[in-house]
Design a protein around this ligand. Structure first.
Ligand code: KG4
Ligand code: ZN
Length: 334
């Protein structure tokens, strides 16, 4: 048998997802059941509702994944699952489904870190060349991670308060945009001008950490003050100015770190990697550089299980196996 097939499950937040990936790089099937519609009216993900949806969806999603792949279970080498970080009740559904399946079908079980998954989404497009730097920007994470080899993750900077996506979602809520707000701000920003000079948190000299709560508050204050004075602020301009600040800090710090660590590739991962402003700014910044910039297609930026299978494939090759005591770990470190 020459080919390796990994079946993966992801339920860390509000998507119930399963996928099969061949040799760590080729998507055979990829099913994502999104719950966004159910959480929208609450303006954010409600953990209890997320868990209930995962319970309802997981078997259907798994069946569809296997049917789409036109493979039998004999072909599957291992079952990978997101063990954390994420919502504990949501993670538990995926972990238990994966365990039950692995036990019933006598397959090895592999626990995958959600962020490792986001990073490995890029391997579905292009082979990694080390050392590489990964900018992880999602609803729960903002990190710069240095990788010197497969499966090794060194966090060189991270957010001290809000994640980038979280700041997007909170600012969007103040602008009365639907959840999740990131894509809406992105769209508005394209039609606006960055006329408002919002703060940029550079932090101490040489620090690769981030901070977005000051920016978020500055935007919210600006909107409230304008409202009190009956001053008209164009939403497009507010969105463009906020986005300019986020993108400026993310791009500048990523570029600096790429130089300092002499990386061969820079990869962008997580939901905010879908942001058009960020994609454009990074592409410009790295245009004339030897460093190769990788940004996954939009469908692989947000939560999915193909990325968990891609990371699981490497873990499988490296001999990592989880025991039957594998548990959901909401605060798992990378
Ligand atoms: O990676 P992801 O799907 O879930 C987490 O693991 O958090 O990321 C979701 C986040 C949300 O905060 C959403 O608003 C943000 O990614 N997002 C965007 C865009 N698309 C999704 N933020 C800015 N611009 C976008 N185009
Ligand atoms: Zn995610």
């Amino acid at each position: 048998k020459n080919n390796q097939y990994i079946l993966a499950v992801e339920t860390s937040c509000d998507e119930t997802a399963a996928a099969i990936v061949k040799n760590g790089r080729e998507i055979i099937s990829n099913v994502v059941a999104s719950q966004i519609e159910s959480h929208k009216r609450f303006g954010g993900v409600v953990p209890e509702i997320a868990s209930r949806h995962h319970v309802e969806q997981i078997t259907i999603v798994l069946e569809e994944t296997i049917n789409q792949a036109k493979l039998s279970f004999d072909d599957i080498d291992a079952i990978a699952v997101t063990e954390g970080p994420g919502l504990v009740g949501a993670l538990l559904i995926g972990v238990n489904a994966a365990k039950a399946l692995a036990y019933a079908k006598q397959k090895p079980l592999i626990g995958v870190h959600h962020i490792a998954g986001h990073i490995y989404a890029n391997q579905l497009e292009k082979e990694f060349i080390f050392p590489l730097l990964s900018l992880v920007v999602s609803g729960g994470h903002t990190e710069l991670i240095l990788m010197k080899e497969h499966g090794s993750f060194e966090v060189i900077g991270e957010t001290r308060d809000d994640a980038a996506g979280e700041a997007y979602d909170k600012v969007a809520r103040t602008l009365k945009l639907p959840y999740p707000g990131g894509p809406h701000i992105d769209r508005l920003a394209a039609d606006g001008e960055a006329l408002i000079d919002f703060p940029r948190a550079w932090l101490e000299d040489g620090s690769y950490d981030f901070s977005f709560s000051g920016l978020k508050s500055a935007v919210i204050n600006k909107l409230h003050n304008a409202e009190q004075r009956n001053q008209v602020l164009k939403r497009e301009d507010v969105a463009a100015s906020f986005q300019a600040s986020v993108v400026d800090v993310l791009t500048t710090k990523t570029y600096k770190a790429a130089k300092e660590f002499g990386v061969k590739q820079v990869i962008v991962a997580g939901g905010v990697a879908a942001n058009k402003g960020l994609r454009a700014a990074l592409s410009t910044k790295f245009m004339d550089e030897d460093t190769e910039l990788l940004i996954p297609p939009l469908s692989l930026c947000t939560d999915n299980a193909a990325m968990i299978a891609a990371a699981g494939s490497v873990a499988f090759e490296q001999g990592h196996r989880a025991g039957w005591n594998l548990n959901a770990n909401p605060g798992l470190d990378i």
